[in-house]
Design a protein around this ligand. Structure first.
Ligand SMILES: *[C@@H]1O[C@H](CO)[C@@H](O)[C@H](O)[C@H]1NC(C)=O
Length: 380
């Protein structure tokens, strides 16, 4: 069977390499597939950068996973990668293929049912014998793979290897242990990437470009509702974050905090107010920047309350704008990216996504309760 697969891999490179859109060339170096099973969009996008880097290091094609979205207690939704982002700019950095294309056109040959191994670092808690990765147990794990009718036949525990693309030695060990001839497809239970994103992977952000669909919605709202110059703000003040911020003293490197404190905590430790700013802090920071930038509009993206009432009591002659519901968080992100100035939450990976997009365009970002201007931009 293996020999047959190897043959197919070699032959199909030529047979399928035709200009017909329905055919996709098989990559003899194999594929990486994973479930973005940890957190919401900010976390998924953060780990996406590391996953691209890992695929690049192993020189395998990255299968672009569906994004996982949650709506209260229902099973997760799976959203095609290209609803939000263009595929072609990513191709400029490394070989990628949409998951639906992979499943329809490539999986029947390179990853047929019966030969589907799933990779995990070590046995998942409570996993039955022979199914150590237990890759479909729980939400979003089960719904993610069921969306494409994927069942796994075998588990591969890859410990003590880990996802360190900066170590040539590590990468060689991956290649030696899992050659594409024997493992044409490596499917991972979670993102094959560290969290939070490593500094050396930040630049991959520049290959993520909004789809026309998201970009047009953002441009429409700006044109219809926003007077320029405008300031975009991200409020991450829901109860879940309040809870997380209780640990900021003991976990100063929590989530995206490196974006303002530095990857080696050069700027010290984040305060509670940076993680969970008071209404007073928010109103004062917005006011200061509205004056500085002579802003005519403040665009508010929020996970819960919008504080527009509190802000408009103190900040006059400015329009406060939100997206009408139902709010698309991706349209929020795109509008925040396009704002003349942006204030976000240093700890939040949602803010971090906007900051990286702005870094690419050399636009400035501020953070709640954080005054150090030297930390505002990374060179991407
Ligand atoms: C990486 O993979 C591509 C496509 O399979 C192949 O053409 C190329 O030679 C590989 N590069 C290296 C350094 O192995």
């Amino acid at each position: 069977m293996m020999i047959w697969i190897i043959k197919i891999l070699y032959l199909s490179t030529y047979i399928l390499a035709d200009t017909n859109n329905d055919d996709i060339e098989v990559d003899p170096n194999g594929y990486i597939l994973y479930c973005p099973c940890m957190g919401r969009f900010g976390n998924q996008a953060d780990q996406f950068l590391g996953s691209v880097a890992f695929a690049e290091a192993l020189n395998r094609t990255l299968v672009l996973p569906h994004w996982v979205e949650y709506d209260s207690s229902k099973p997760s939704d799976q959203i095609p990668f290209d609803k939000y982002f263009k595929v072609e700019p990513l191709q400029k950095y490394h070989r990628v293929v949409l998951m639906s294309d992979f499943m329809d056109k490539l999986a029947p040959t390179v990853w047929p049912p019966g030969e589907r191994t799933v990779f995990c670092y070590s046995e998942r808690h409570g996993a039955p014998k022979g199914n150590e990765c237990n890759a479909k147990e729980g939400n979003p794990f089960g719904p993610f793979w069921n969306h494409f009718d994927v069942d796994f036949d075998k588990s591969e525990l890859f410990s003590p290897l880990y996802y360190d693309t900066s170590s040539a030695h590590q990468i060689q060990r991956w290649k030696d242990k899992y050659p594409p001839s024997l493992f044409p497809v490596m499917a991972f239970v979670g993102a094959p990437a560290p969290f939070p994103v490593k500094k050396q992977h930040l630049f991959i952000q520049k290959y993520l470009k909004w789809s026309e669909y998201i970009d047009n919605k953002a441009e429409d709202l700006i044109r219809d509702k926003i007077e320029k110059p405008f300031i975009g703000i991200h409020l991450r003040i829901g109860l879940d974050f309040k809870k997380a911020c209780e640990h900021i003293k003991d976990t100063p490197t929590m989530f995206a905090s490196a974006q303002c404190m530095g990857y080696r905590s050069e700027k010290g430790k984040p305060t509670y107010d940076m993680c969970y700013p008071s209404v007073n802090t928010i109103v004062n920071d917005v006011k200061e920047l509205v004056v500085k930038y002579k802003a005519k509009t403040v665009f508010v993206a929020t996970d819960s309350r919008d504080l527009i009432e509190d802000m408009s009591k103190v900040i006059k002659d400015v329009k406060f704008v939100r997206q009408p519901s139902p709010v698309s968080s991706h349209v929020d992100l795109a509008i925040l990216q396009k704002s003349d100035h942006f204030i976000g939450n240093c700890i939040s990976t949602f803010t971090a996504f906007v900051k990286r997009l702005r870094d690419v365009e050399k636009k400035e970002t501020s953070f709640w309760a954080f005054k150090d201007s030297s930390a505002k931009k990374d060179e991407l």
